[in-house]
Ligand binder design. Structure first.
Ligand SMILES: [Zn+2]
Ligand SMILES: [Zn+2]
Length: 459
């Protein structure tokens, strides 16, 4: 599936050697400048240097001022390395070797491979540290190379793959039993290595599968917050990092990392928190006119700090914080982000009732269209820098698309039969998802809305 012609292989080898040399130089440890307030807060001695004898954590890679694109730049995008071949010299076959669309199993992809602009080698690059296989561009009016965001269905948990111009970013890898699922998904996309890996926070539904991923794929820059956990899951990740000799890069708010034609800015965590969820690494990913926002499991407390940090939060696509829990997505936060689309990563019938109806209602009030991995499986957004295409339809608006924790529901409505039920009525389980709406309304309000009481439960 991946054949590199000999002449191309040679060029890759040359740029690889150059790259190794450059990254070796970049790898020199630079002591952190004392004036870097955020960073010095993040590396408080009691947490970051006692994790493991191998001490896989390190300071931020450089003391370049925040916002400088070179701070934290990983290999593969090193400036000054020119692509050895002009786009026209790239064999047609290479375009199919990688993450071109149409290869996702079971996903009806919006673009067929033939629709991908000819001569755009970035769509065919398979490796995140592809050593400059992606060209600088296709000319002055060249469109952006395609950016894909895969919200991988890992049940209850998060795992998101972003690919652009030969660079790759993986945010989380699902729970402990999902490492292989994510590995296979990445391989189906032609991913051979990862430019960036972000472990948002140590909870097992986020970093559980990372030990597998870190072992199976060579990873460039690994970004995890300055938080440890006394769990086997966390130790497995740290062991995998030590085994592969990866260093951790602490997330510093304002740091910008290039990703093909896109770039992402670290927006969280803004300080230390008691709660691991709030310590989640958050990023804002920009590709042309399109913006994607990821906040891990950050809850309202952390969202309030993100709102204070001065970074523009407006985004087209929001990955709902904490699986759509009502502990996240504060009114202020949602109205600042003002998303057109929201993706919720959650598992079918998960024990937390994620996503919460309250959150979905608030999002719909913003006219956001909602996708859910528990209903739609893996969800793929494709950006050309101007518009965003999806591999699936969003949830129909106003259908009963959310779950409310059972103790807070007053009634369950069947919008098809216009009956209403007690939440524990046996008929409730037979209502089709698309006809079901959980509600907080009083009996009078429900009657006023035109619903009639079920004859079985007599609500
Ligand atoms: Zn979570
Ligand atoms: Zn969590």
């Amino acid at each position: 599936m991946k054949t590199i012609p000999r002449f191309m292989g040679k060029s890759i080898f040359l740029s690889l050697s150059l790259l190794l040399l450059l990254t070796a130089c970049q790898g020199v440890d630079v002591p952190l400048a004392p004036e870097s307030a955020i960073a010095s807060e993040n590396i408080s001695a009691e947490t970051s240097y006692e994790i493991t004898p191998g001490n896989v954590f390190s300071d931020s890679p450089s003391e370049t001022p925040a916002g400088n694109p070179s701070s934290g730049t990983s290999s593969g995008t090193t400036p000054g390395i020119d692509f050895p071949l002009s786009p026209s010299e790239i064999p047609a076959g290479s375009a199919s070797s990688g993450m071109s669309s149409g290869t996702t199993p079971g996903i009806d992809f919006p673009l067929s491979p033939s629709e991908i602009p000819a001569g755009n080698p970035s769509s065919g690059t398979s490796s995140g540290t592809a050593s400059g296989i992606a060209p600088e561009g296709n000319g002055p009016d060249a469109p952006f190379s395609e950016l894909q965001v895969h919200f991988i269905d890992v049940g209850q948990g998060d795992s998101t793959l972003v690919t652009c111009g030969g660079d790759t970013l993986l945010i989380d890898a699902g729970d402990n039993n999902k490492g292989t699922t994510v590995q296979l998904y990445l391989q189906k996309q032609g991913v051979e290595s990862l430019t960036y890996v972000i472990g948002t926070h140590p909870d097992s539904d986020h970093i559980g599968g990372l030990d597998v991923i870190m072992t199976k794929f060579d990873c460039g820059t690994v970004i995890m917050p300055d938080v440890t956990a006394d769990t086997a899951t966390y130790r497995d990740v740290i062991d995998a990092m030590a085994y592969k000799n990866y260093q951790n890069t602490l997330p510093r708010v304002g740091d910008i990392y290039p990703l093909g034609d896109a770039e992402f800015t670290v927006i969280a965590p803004n300080r230390a928190y008691d709660d691991d969820n709030n310590s989640s690494v958050g990023i804002r990913l920009v590709h042309g006119d399109n913006v994607f926002l990821f906040t891990g499991d950050a809850e309202k407390e952390a969202e309030a700090d993100i709102l204070q940090n001065g970074i523009d939060l407006r985004a087209d696509v929001l990955h709902a914080g904490h699986h759509g829990s009502s502990s996240s997505c504060s009114e202020d936060f949602i109205s600042q982000v003002s998303p057109m689309y929201v993706v919720v990563s959650c598992g079918t019938d998960n024990p937390y009732d994620h996503p919460h109806q309250e959150t979905l209602d608030a999002l719909q009030e913003q006219d956001a269209q909602i996708f859910r991995t528990d209903r739609q499986g893996s969800i793929v957004a494709v950006s050309d820098g101007v518009s965003i295409a999806w591999n699936t339809e969003p949830e129909p608006p106003e259908a009963g698309i959310g779950n409310i924790p059972a103790d807070t529901v007053t009634y369950v409505l069947n919008t098809n039969t216009n009956r209403f039920h007690e939440p524990n009525c046996s008929s409730v389980t037979t209502i089709k998802d698309s006809n079901r709406k959980d509600t907080y309304m009083t009996r009078e309000e429900v009657l006023e809305a035109g619903f009639v009481p079920c004859k079985k439960c007599n609500p």
